[in-house]
Ligand binder design. Structure first.
Ligand SMILES: Nc1ncnc2c1ncn2[C@@H]1O[C@H](COP(=O)(O)OP(=O)(O)OP(=O)(O)O)[C@@H](O)[C@H]1O
Length: 276
């Protein structure tokens, strides 16, 4: 594994925030209704929660409970029907325009004719931001951070699914975003690769200090990754409970065999069942 870049110099956003700094994300009574010709869907109803800066929130719930919609509200891709959303103390639109957000999707969505390095550089070209903010890590440093030093010149078809997803994480981290939104990024990967990337993501989170919101269907993934788990129920999409995980900050996959992990996982499964 490549040595990580020094987080403090690479990610100026890691500099500790004043105690009074607003939450990374705060939603109050957020409702989203989609009205189509055929039906009206309440994707989210009165959803309230907050994520502190530098936090890691897993969003766990059954299909259709509004997990992706919630990420899209935070990313300014969907406007709430009612309720208030604050992202780093700004509106989602202001946060987006300030390039405070990175987004990773289930599909790595790399351009096949560009190398790994050129894919990471892409937002610089299409986003209109000609230069990186002072002190932000370079595309090469980001590839090193995600364990792809030496693969800069490889094309997507020469990389495994896990490596492609690492490239997309590096791309999302370009510019040192203070908030990383991840929508089932490892859902399509085999179990071993997924496990490895789970450990990698915890390390990247600790090194960068970036706040993360991570969508998953998996109880184990939600619990291993998150400092908090927001459990959602469907029809309408709503919060069942916000669970503080309370597991040690330094985690390896071994933690999944410990008693506290097993007990919290059982509790999360109960909560999921309650909302079914
Ligand atoms: N643009 C849209 N137009 C109409 N309905 C939508 C739209 N986006 C989402 N929905 C509906 O909102 C509900 C929540 O969808 P969403 O994709 O947020 O759920 P999810 O929890 O992420 O599901 P999954 O785990 O299957 O990805 C679903 O009923 C879906 O059909």
């Amino acid at each position: 594994m490549a040595a990580p870049v020094a987080a403090a110099e690479a990610f100026p956003s890691v500099v500790p925030q004043a105690a009074s700094a607003p939450a990374a994300v705060a939603c109050r009574n957020v409702t989203v209704r989609f009205i189509t010709d055929r039906r009206t869907v309440t994707a989210l109803e009165n959803v309230s929660f907050a994520v502190e800066r530098g936090g890691f929130l897993s969003l766990l719930g059954p299909s259709g409970c509004g997990k992706s919609t919630l990420l899209r509200v935070v990313a300014d891709l969907v406007s709430p029907t009612s309720g208030a959303v604050s992202v780093l103390g700004l509106s989602p639109q202001e946060a987006r325009l300030k390039r405070s957000l990175g987004f990773v999707f289930q599909d790595a969505a790399l351009l096949p004719w560009r190398t790994a390095l050129q894919n990471v550089e892409l937002p610089l070209e299409v986003g209109g931001a000609k230069a990186l903010p002072a002190g932000a890590p370079t595309p090469r440093e980001l590839l090193k951070l995600v364990g792809l030093e030496g693969w800069e010149g490889s094309y997507p078809h020469e990389l495994s699914g896990g490596m492609r997803q690492r490239v997309s994480i590096a791309r999302a981290l370009l510019g040192g975003p203070r908030l990383l939104l991840m929508d089932e990024p490892f859902g399509a990967l085999d179990e071993i690769t997924r496990d490895r990337l789970n450990e990698e993501l915890r390390r990247i989170w600790q090194e960068t200090g970036t706040t993360i919101m991570f969508v998953t269907h998996s109880v184990y993934e939600a619990l291993f990754l998150g400092e908090q788990v927001l459990v959602l129920a469907a029809n309408p999409g709503r919060v069942t409970e916000l669970v503080d995980v309370g597991l040690p900050r330094d985690r390896t996959l071994k933690i999944r065999e410990t008693q506290p992990f097993v007990e919290i996982a059982a509790n999360l499964r109960d909560l999921l069942g309650r909302g079914a």
